[in-house]
Ligand binder design. Structure first.
Ligand code: ADP
Ligand code: ASP
Ligand code: MG
Length: 451
C-alpha cells in the first residue's frame, strides 16, 4: 500500500507533565497539518507512582501516592477554562486507581499491574483532548486498546502485527479524516480484552507501530532533548547532536541504553522504511535528528551508549570431559526461562554472559530468578556479578577498520574491563566496566573519539 501524508507525533512524559508543557506540545501538533495522530505518555512521574501502587502498599503510603497522582492531574484540570467537562472523567479514573491499588494490597498480579499503570496514559490523553478543544481544534480521544492487540505477556507484551494492522485500518484510520486523534502510548490489550503494557518507555514503540499500520510518512518523537546526541547529554555536557543517523545505528544506540528511544521503536520504522524524527517539545525550533535509511558518509565512530545495572553470569561446566553440548544446554535453559542472552564470551568449559534487559518489564522485575539459578546450578557452577555497566561504542564497519582497539582501549588504561565483545556486528564494540566507573569511562571515550 502506498504511503500517506500522515505524521504520527508522540509526546513523552515531560512533554505532557503539566498545563504549560501540554500547551507547548499542542503548539507543536498544530504547526504541522499532517499530524493527525498524537500518541501520548503519562504525565511525568505518574507511571512510577502507579508502578509503586501496583506493588501492593499499606493504606497510608497508598493514600500518599494517590494524592500525588491527583495533584499532578488536577494541576492541569484547574487551569482549563472549562474544567467541569473533564473533571468527572478524571475523578472516575482516580477512583479506579484507588480500587485497583486496594486490590493490589490484597494480592498483586502482573495483569492487575498493567490495568493499574494504564491509567497514566488514559488520563494524560483525556486532558490533552481538552487542551486542544479549548483552542477550537477538532480533537477526539481514542482508546488505543481497540487496535493495539498484543500477547498476554503482561508487563512486556508483544504486539500482534497482522491483527493490529487490520484493526487500525478498520477502527482508527477512518477517524483521522474528521479530527486530530489523541491516543495512548505504552498500553494495549490481549485477545480476551485485558489491558497489557509494552514495557517501560513503550510509548515510542506504540507510535512506530501505529505509524507502520497507517503507512505514515514520518514518525515524530517529541521529548526533552532536541535530538539524538553522540551520548546522553546528561552524562557528557559536551555531547553534540547527530543531525542524521541510519536506522541501524540508532537501533544499536537504543538497544544499548540510549533512553531517548525505546529499543523496539525502530523495528516497525525499518520494516516499512518510515523516517523517525526526534526533537524537543520545549524547543521545537532547535531542530532535531532524522533517523532514516541512508546518510551521507557514515562515520567510523558514531555514538556511545551506556546501560547500567548489568548482571554478568559466569558458568563453569562441572564436567570438563563432557563439555561438548554444554553451551546448547545453557541456551536451552535460558530459552525456557524466556531470557535472551545479550553479551557473551566463551572458553572451552566456561561461558560468561549478560542477560538481555532491553525493553524491561513495566514492573522492573529482575530476569535473574531463583528458579533460573537453581536450574543452571544443576548443570554448572554459577558465578553472579552485579553492578556492572555496559558501554557500547556505536559506529560503522568497525570490525573492518584497523586501529580501533588501540584508539578505544588506549584511553581506558586506568579502568578494569570485565568483558569485551567485538566482531559479531560491524556496528558496535561493547564492554563491561564496574558500575561506579561507567560515567568516567564514557566521558574519557567521548573526549577522545568525539570532541
Ligand atoms: P520521554 O519521556 O520523552 O520518552 P525519555 O526520558 O524516555 O523521554 O528520553 C529522553 C532522555 O534520553 C533525555 O533526557 C536524555 O537524558 C536521554 N538520552 C540517553 N541517551 C541519549 C542520547 N544519545 N541522545 C539524547 N538523549 C539521550
Ligand atoms: N509512561 C510509560 C513509562 O513511563 C511509557 C512511556 O512513557 O513511554 O514508562
Ligand atoms: Mg521515553
Amino acid at each position: 500500500m502506498s504511503q500517506t501524508n500522515l505524521i504520527v507525533a508522540k509526546f513523552g512524559g515531560t512533554s505532557v507533565a503539566d498545563f504549560d508543557a501540554m500547551n507547548r506540545s499542542a503548539d507543536v501538533v498544530l504547526t504541522n497539518r499532517d499530524v493527525r495522530l498524537v500518541v501520548l505518555s503519562a504525565s511525568a512521574g505518574v507511571t512510577n507512582l502507579l508502578v509503586t501502587l501496583a506493588e501492593g502498599l499499606e493504606q497510608q503510603p497508598r493514600a500518599y501516592l494517590l494524592d500525588e497522582i491527583r495533584r499532578i492531574q488536577y494541576g492541569i484540570i484547574d487551569r482549563l477554562q472549562q474544567p467541569d467537562v473533564i473533571r468527572d472523567e478524571i475523578d472516575r479514573m482516580l477512583e479506579n486507581i484507588t480500587m485497583l491499588s486496594e486490590a493490589a494490597a490484597l494480592a498483586t498480579s502482573t495483569a492487575l499491574t498493567d490495568e493499574l499503570v494504564s491509567h497514566g496514559e488514559l488520563m494524560s490523553s483525556l486532558l490533552f483532548v481538552e487542551i486542544l478543544r479549548e483552542r477550537q481544534v477538532a480533537a477526539e480521544w481514542f482508546d488505543v486498546r481497540k487496535v493495539m492487540r498484543t500477547s498476554d505477556r503482561f508487563g512486556r507484551a508483544e504486539p500482534e502485527i497482522a491483527i493490529l494492522a487490520e484493526l487500525t485500518t478498520t477502527q482508527l484510520k477512518p477517524r483521522l479524516q474528521d479530527a486530530i486523534i489523541i491516543t495512548q502510548g505504552f498500553i494495549g490489550s490481549e485477545g480476551k480484552g485485558r489491558t497489557t503494557t509494552l514495557g517501560r518507555g513503550g510509548s515510542d514503540y506504540t507510535a512506530a507501530l501505529l505509524g507502520e499500520a497507517l503507512h505514515a510518512k514520518q514518525i515524530d518523537i517529541w521529548t526533552d532533548v532536541p535530538g539524538i546526541y553522540t551520548t546522553d547529554p546528561r552524562v557528557v555536557a559536551s555531547a553534540h547532536r547527530i543531525d542524521e543517523i541510519t536506522f541501524e545505528e540508532a537501533a544499536e544506540m537504543a538497544t544499548f541504553g540510549a533512553k531517548v528511544l525505546h529499543p523496539a521503536t525502530l523495528l516497525p520504522a525499518v520494516r516499512s522504511d518510515i523516517p523517525v524524527f526526534v526533537g524537543s517539545s520545549k524547543d521545537p525550533s532547535a531542530g532535531g535528528t532524522l533517523v532514516c535509511n541512508k546518510t551521507q558518509n557514515p562515520p567510523l565512530f558514531r555514538a556511545l551508549a551506556l546501560r547500567r545495572k548489568q548482571t554478568l553470569l559466569t558458568l563453569h561446566s562441572l564436567n570438563m570431559l563432557h563439555a561438548r553440548g554444554f553451551l546448547a544446554e545453557v541456551f536451552n535453559i535460558l530459552a525456557r526461562h524466556n531470557i535472551s542472552v545479550d553479551l557473551i564470551t566463551t572458553s572451552e568449559v566456561s561461558v560468561a554472559l549478560t542477560l538481555d534487559t532491553t525493553g524491561s518489564t513495566s514492573t522492573g522485575d529482575s530476569l535473574l530468578t531463583q528458579a533460573l539459578l537453581t536450574e543452571l546450578s544443576s548443570l554448572c557452577r554459577v558465578e553472579v556479578e552485579e553492578n556492572l555497566a555496559l558501554v557500547a561504542l556505536i559506529g560503522n564497519k568497525l570490525s573492518q577498520a584497523c586501529g580501533v582497539g588501540k584508539e578505544v582501549f588506549g584511553v581506558l588504561e586506568p579502568f578494569n574491563l570485565r568483558l569485551i565483545c567485538y566482531g559479531a556486528s560491524s556496528y558496535n564494540l561493547c564492554f563491561l566496566v564496574p558500575g561506579n566507573d561507567a560515567e568516567q569511562v564514557v566521558r574519557a571515550l567521548h573526549h577522545n573519539l568525539f570532541e
